[in-house]
Design a protein. Sequence first.
Length: 542
Amino acid sequence: MKALNDFVASADALNTTIKGAKNDAFDNAIKIITGTQNLKNDETLKKQADLVTQKLQELGGAGGANLDGGTDLENAKGTEIKNDTIDNIKTSGINIDANSYDAVKLKDLLADDAITEEQKKAYNELLAALNSMKEQLNKITVTSSFSDVAKNSKSDVIKSLNEAGLGSLVVNNLNLVTTNEGGQVTDATIAQDIAEQIEKPIREASNSLSNVIGGGLNAPATALSMANQTNTMTRLAKLSTPYSKDLALASAIKNMEGLELASGDNSALSSIIKEYTKRFDYDNSLWANVIGAKGSTDNGDPKLYGFSVGYDRSFDNFLLGSYFTYAKSKLDTSYLDSEADNFELGIYSRAYLGDSELDTTLSFGIGKNDINNYKLIDEYLNGDYDSKFINIAATYGYVFKMQDGFFIKPFLGLAYGYNKNDSFSLSNDKLTQEFNKVDGSTLSANLGVEFRQYLSDGSFMFVAPSVEQELSVSRDDLVSKFRGASTSFTTKADESKDTYAKVIAGGEYAVTRDLFATVSVGFKTNGEDKYANGSLGVKYKF
């Protein structure tokens, strides 16, 4: 019974509303636009109001006569059910006379089949016109209020937009959905909508960009550093083979086959062998690799591919090498696309101190970076900038010789990376956002163990699991403003310190005495971010 009463009450309220709307739209002088200066002078709004008036006339008819053509809800009520009626039903039951119930009337009341396609079309056009009016009124309201809202705002983003004359960006993308307790739109409610619909996405885009160019090592730079570390570690492991002298002597003897000595003195033979094997005292190598890397991070999945070429030479207790790497990197996020051409030049060395090994690496690189499709609300900006980076690392390890060419080396290392990004701007034909330079650095420690297996033919393999702990992370905040504004806004940099699990593995296969095929892989993760890389290459020894 309660549900029935609620339905009747709602129907009565709807009837009253329709009557009131009819009086406003047809019985009185139609006045959709008030005399407010901003409204009556807006040509777009006037055209939309004329269209609304036209569609109302098409649907309602002259004076709204069409609205009276349906079932009279007020007089369509049935017999009132009273307490004595219910008492009689309890004792005598219900006798239903089909002639007393007009099912056809109920059907007409719930679904009027008399509505034509033309009326449906006109109704849809009326709704579209009303929505267009709502959007235009929305723009007029925001346009007239934004300047005051921005001046009173505590947000540097909103102040920068206003000072740069970008009110149209706000007007065209703001939907007024918040009202006060009285259901009115005010400067305070407009400020709330601006904070949610305008400032928030701008902040999110800036945060994504901050993580991409980041101080310290961003995702593509991390992938590149990991790839070069894998290559360098593979070279150093190879150059520590204990079979170098044995291979030199065997090669000398093999190449002396058929040689006739002028003297039968054994010292002459020894002298010739010594002179011949001197060229094996220096292991000169040229090598080249193709590299690839892929990552999975919270801020996009970096991809990288390129090549490395290098040269190294070993001495009695020391070896020295250098390399050059070119890599193309790509990173897409929900707010931007980033591409870069990376160039890196490095040197690496190993000093032998008894059973100890001290490794050092130093590299310098530059990046030519492009930012495309930077999403600023509904605008897409593009730009480019240059970056420079330096990596320094030192690792100490102690080698334990097991048996049959198998070695174990626990190691401990420190690494420092510095990254410098020039100031730049992103723009399209409507606006420009300017960004200050961003610098950053990371100091980390690495603890692990390396397992090596050397074969007598010169081939080898190794695997080195380790744990990397960032000890210090320093990154500049991203400071930007819109061109023409004096107010800048800041995006805080992420300076959290991560712990990574890493593993690097590789090997070299002797194709001939002087030519070798190399392969290496690496993996690094902190549980959320993951990086994997690999390389294939060749080495020529002379």
